[in-house]
Unconditional design. Structure first.
Length: 153
């Protein structure tokens, strides 16, 4: 478990996680409305070296940016709840990019089985609790590294 007390802590988490990411990595962000999924995505994009403003992709579903070494694909699948439409996700996932997905449960059938899930829970005001789940050895190593760097217990 990782305790977040404010936006600065969330930025630190985003930077720490990003240090361990490489091409093809897929990060699923879980959490209620307003938990901070888009906020964390913005910090990950910033850590990847994206210079453009990163806005919520709720309307467009997928937005892509150039980072320093890797591209950044930011998805919000909230609007696919009814349809589960395949927007060509494989091409994004196989790209020289990091992909971060909000509301990934609505495209569950298109997700690779190996991924890193970041659960964000609002505790109160600016406090958040983060737990990480990894499937596959690659992501297990990332989880271990981030928890070693930041874990509060
Ligand atoms: N520690 C924190 N981490 C992240 N966001 C925080 C934190 N403290 C306060 N906030 C605020 O909470 C809000 C989180 O909104 P955000 O759009 O990131 O949520 P979301 O999970 O993407 O919601 P949605 O499900 O609507 O996409 C922002 O206004 C942000 O500034
Ligand atoms: Mg959002």
């Amino acid at each position: 478990m990782i305790s977040i007390n404010n936006l600065q802590d969330m930025e630190t988490f985003g930077h720490c996680l990003t240090r361990y990411l490489s091409a093809g990595d897929i990060i699923l962000l879980n959490g209620d409305l307003g938990a901070g999924k888009t906020t964390l995505s913005q910090f990950i994009g910033k850590a990847l070296g994206v210079k453009r403003n990163i806005n919520s992709p709720t309307f467009n579903i997928i937005k892509s940016y150039n980072g320093k070494n890797l591209k950044f694909h930011h998805m919000d699948c909230y609007r696919l709840e009814e349809s589960e439409e395949d927007l060509g996700f494989d091409e994004y996932f196989e790209d020289n990019a990091v992909t971060v997905i909000e509301w990934s449960q609505f495209i569950s059938s298109y997700l690779p089985s190996n991924n890193l899930t970041v659960n964000i829970q609002t505790t109160n005001n600016d406090d958040r609790t983060i737990t990480i789940e990894a499937s596959g050895t690659h992501y297990a190593r990332i989880k271990e590294a981030v928890e070693r760097d930041l874990s509060s217990n």
